[in-house]
Write a protein that binds this ligand. Structure first.
Ligand code: UGA
Length: 446
């Protein structure tokens, strides 16, 4: 998020220096290498480095003094009790305070607990002891991984919070070229808007995943249900895709941190807790479907398509695939997998998994195939070829990207997420999943 913000602000014509204490990362960036996979980022970074507007350094001492705006974009990962771990924010704030020039505006861009703006004001104030006037503005970011550049350049809104509305107005000038509505409010409200937005989106996902679980039992198709619901303007179609649940570096930690904040301030965040619970159930349901299809997983070969927590990124943080693979391996399965971007990192985290060169190799000799990430390239595979190379044609579509009827016609035992059709098909039309499939799978094993 820091690199995207820096590169995009440079693209808007500003002179930007990005600071990172990781000297190796800075060296790579200075050598033109982008440390993450993010569509379009390399181009924007390259363009602005060449134009002399974008620089990288590990030195606060050189970057902070000339800066009028100082963005804090460090990580705020989940701490031990579910709280946001503020250690990186603390040390960045201290380093900034040591080099601050008068009237600089410190902008909190990371998702930070409610009250962080006041805390940063207090920390910096203590250090400069009235010698250096400064301002603090909260400016939460709403971009998504995988479409970060497009999201940054086309925001639905820009939110700015400050105890000093004049400082917020100066920051607002930076975003005028984006032609987006700019909302100015107080610090804590701005911080809360970010948490509430992520919590609402995660709630939508868990809501549809709960509907999916009900659809599965009652023979309805959740994709059609979501389509029918989404046509209501009050509901809207976005974030109603049922599947293996949300992952990534944002929703899991942010929902947990908001619930933690609520709980330690005397609230009972029951809805947030349910959202997290349902999300875990969505992941585990994949395992249940595999067991229903194959019986014991001991010595079964399972293919996994997609490892990243979503398409167009190599990010594996809280990726549902990691948890599922871990559980499959625990139950004795041999896992082979492919992801278009995340395999290098995944291999280090999952040494027992055989990483394949493409989706077709994943299917070879497999008793089951699980689609975990809805990369575009998985939507146009030759499914017949996949099926013919499998030992047993169980297909778990964790993102509902395939057509159940088409898959059944090809001979797959198709299990989607909340698609009533799969129950009927997987037992040849006679109701709930399938003693005969389990039998068939046992006989393969023999
Ligand atoms: C999310 C928010 O969408 C951004 O607005 C926010 O800025 C960001 O967190 C953040 O706080 O930094 P991101 O985590 O990059 O962005 O990705 P999303 O596209 O929101 O997807 C999150 C997860 O939800 C993924 O695992 C995705 O597969 C899942 N998802 C999304 C569903 O399962 N169903 C859906 O309908 C939509």
């Amino acid at each position: 998020m820091g690199l995207v913000t820096g590169a995009c602000l440079a693209d808007l014509g500003n002179d930007v220096t990005c600071v990172d204490i990781d000297e190796a990362k800075v060296a790579r960036l200075n050598a033109g290498q982008i440390p993450i996979y993010e569509p379009g980022l390399e181009e924007v970074v390259g363009r602005n480095v060449r134009a002399g507007r974008l620089h990288f350094t590990s030195s606060y001492a050189s970057a902070v003094p000339p800066a009028q705006f100082i963005y804090i974009a460090v990580n705020t990962p989940a701490g031990q009790a579910g709280e946001a771990d503020m250690s990186q924010a603390r040390s960045a704030t201290q380093s900034i305070a040591q080099h601050l020039s008068p009237d600089a505006i410190i902008i909190n861009k990371s998702t930070m607990p409610i009250g962080t703006g006041d805390w940063v004001t207090m920390m910096v104030g203590r250090y400069v002891e009235g010698r250096v006037p400064f301002h603090v503005v909260s400016n939460p970011e709403f971009l998504r991984e995988g479409s970060a550049i497009v999201d940054f350049m086309n925001p639905d809104r820009v939110v700015l919070g400050s105890t000093d509305p004049e400082a917020a107005k100066i920051v607002a000038e930076l975003y005028v070229p984006l032609n987006a509505p700019i909302m100015i409010t107080d610090l804590r409200t701005a911080e809360m808007i970010k948490y509430a937005s992520n919590a609402f989106l995660a709630t939508k996902i868990s809501f549809i995943n709960e509907m999916a679980a009900i659809c599965e039992r009652l023979g309805a198709d959740v994709k059609e249900v979501a389509r029918g619901m989404g046509l209501d303007k009050r509901v809207g179609p976005a974030f109603l895709e049922a599947g293996v649940g949300y992952g990534g570096s944002c929703f899991p930690k942010d929902i947990m941190a908001l619930a933690h904040m609520a709980a330690v301030h005397g609230c009972h965040p029951q809805l947030l807790r349910a959202v997290m619970d349902i999300n875990h159930d969505a992941r585990r349901s994949v395992l249940i479907k595999i067991r229903e299809g194959l019986g014991s997983l001991e010595d079964r070969r399972i293919g996994v398509l997609g490892l990243a927590f979503k398409p167009n990124t190599d990010d594996l943080r809280e990726a549902p695939a990691l948890e599922i693979i871990h559980l499959l391996v625990q139950e004795g399965a041999h896992v082979q997998a492919f992801d278009p971007a995340a395999m290098e990192m995944a291999q280090r985290m999952l040494p027992s998994v055989h990483m394949c060169s493409d989706a077709y190799e994943v299917a070879e000799g497999a008793h089951a195939l699980i689609l975990m990430t809805d990369w575009n390239e998985f939507k146009s595979l030759n499914m017949r070829r996949l099926k013919d190379s499998m030992l047993y044609p169980l297909l778990i579509d964790g993102r509902n990207i395939y057509d159940p009827q088409e898959m059944a016609a090809l001979g797959f035992h198709y299990r989607g997420m909340g698609r009533g059709y799969d129950t009927a098909q997987s037992s040849n039309g006679n109701g709930a999943a399938s003693a005969d499939v389990v039998e068939a799978s046992r006989s393969i094993r023999v």
